[in-house]
Design a protein around this ligand. Structure first.
Ligand code: CA
Ligand code: CA
Ligand code: CA
Ligand code: CA
Length: 425
């Protein structure tokens, strides 16, 4: 099963699927290498030994799929003042259409028949801070055996002990930036505040996939309601849809989702998604949330293990906590990305959580990420005065060291410890 991402190669049409149907799909799947774009993707699992370095490599099979065409360019301008100049220059160009304007982060998104040509043209404009291809981010998880299994994540990170002190406050908001949330799920109903759907540009962030609902359940499914599972924190969940029904989305959607969450009261942003290439717009959005809006930003490290130096974006940015995935027994999951940027580890394999219409088990760093987001929510519920920077340091300081002594590339500072973190908060 699985592959990883990372490369300097654009794989578009990559298909995304569950382990259960990997074999048949493999035979028919042909990776398509598109022109000069940049890295992308990630998601599911990894073929052991697949990647030798962070250098561009083409996975033998790629099966992340997106229907999104790579026909959009993000143009960032240096200050609000320059936007008019940019728009007027664009209006004189044939075959270009402005499809999105993000004033808070100073960028516009332009649909064009010639993305590389437009990028080159705009880079010569002194008002332009950056011009880049609007890349695709993917949900990072591996659907696994559909048989139901027991939850082990909350127990493993000492959440039940933490709950004696703090179960989570509805005054603290954890934004799930993902495929949306099934806010009518019996284990989430009444706990979800509706954000926005950047994939469809509407106000209803309904989950037309299932990945986002799974992540929301891990962080915040209702405790003690006699149904389903127990989420880590009884905080408010904000549903922000930045990935489409296939589990993929443009970087511009992710960036706007981060900005939206930060501007609308999120205390924590949980991103179980990523891509293989860096992006100015994504980094700007994460920095905005963490540095300017005091939001704890947490992201899946990526499923590009077991090779080292495989942490993806946005996890790799300084403003974002990169989370690796554990198997039962606290060993690193083989698919989990590794590297110096890994900050904390949390349960990721065989995680049982909500999906629209029920529950199922999934695996991935996607599942590890919302465990940490939930613990951040518990810490802030216990002490709302803490800054995002303080929460981050507290989670690092209270983590349970695993593997090699001290911070390491597999577990970061160690396994997140909900009880210790709440006690210290
Ligand atoms: Ca919608
Ligand atoms: Ca429940
Ligand atoms: Ca980071
Ligand atoms: Ca260690």
């Amino acid at each position: 099963m699985n592959n990883q991402f990372f490369t300097q190669i654009e794989t578009s049409r990559i298909k995304y699927l569950s382990c259960s149907n990997v074999s048949p799909s493999r035979k028919t799947m042909k990776p398509k290498i598109l022109a000069a774009a940049i890295a992308i993707a990630l998601l599911f699992a990894a073929v052991p030994g697949l990647v030798g370095s962070s250098e561009a490599q083409i996975p033998p099979e790629t099966w992340r799929q997106s229907n999104l065409p790579l026909d959009r360019v993000i143009i960032g301008y240096r200050a609000r003042y320059y936007k008019t100049n940019i728009l007027s220059e664009l209006s004189s160009m044939p075959d270009t259409e402005v499809v999105m304007e993000e004033d808070a982060l100073n960028f516009v998104v332009v649909k064009t028949k010639d993305p590389q040509g437009l990028i080159q043209k705009m880079k010569g404009n002194p008002s332009v801070k950056y011009a880049e291809l609007d890349q695709i981010a993917y949900a990072i998880f591996t659907p696994n055996d559909p048989s139901w299994s027991r939850q082990w994540g909350p127990q493993n990170i000492y959440a039940p002990e933490a709950w004696d002190t703090q179960k989570g406050s509805s005054g603290i908001t954890i934004a799930i930036a993902d495929t949306g949330v099934d806010y009518n799920h019996p284990d989430l109903r009444g706990r979800v505040t509706l954000g926005y759907d950047f994939a469809n540009n509407d106000k209803d962030p309904w989950d037309d996939h299932y990945h986002g609902t799974h992540c929301a359940g891990i962080a915040g499914a209702t405790l003690n309601n006699n149904i389903g599972i127990a989420g880590v924190a009884q905080c408010t969940i904000m549903a922000v849809k930045v990935l489409d029904s296939q589990g993929s989305g443009y970087y511009s959607w992710v960036a706007s989702g981060i900005r939206y969450a930060a501007d609308n009261g999120a205390d924590v942003i949980s991103m179980s998604l990523g891509g293989s290439s860096s992006s100015q717009v994504l980094e700007d959005a994460c920095d905005y949330a963490y540095e300017q809006k005091n939001v704890v930003v947490v992201a899946a490290a990526g499923n590009s293990g077991p090779s080292d130096y495989t942490v993806g974006y946005p996890a790799k940015y300084d403003s974002v906590m990169a989370i690796s995935a554990l198997e039962k027994g606290d060993t690193i999951a083989y698919y989990s990305s590794r590297g110096p940027e890994v900050e904390l580890a949390a349960p990721g394999s065989d995680i049982y959580s909500c999906v629209p219409g029920g529950y199922r088990s999934l695996s991935g760093t996607s599942m590890a990420c919302p465990h940490v987001s939930g613990v951040a929510g518990l810490v802030l519920s216990q002490n709302p005065q803490l800054s995002a920077y303080q929460v981050r340091n507290l989670l690092q300081d209270t983590a349970e060291d695993l593997g090699a002594g001290g911070r390491d590339h597999l577990y970061g500072y160690g396994k997140v410890d909900a009880n210790e973190a709440v006690q210290v908060a």
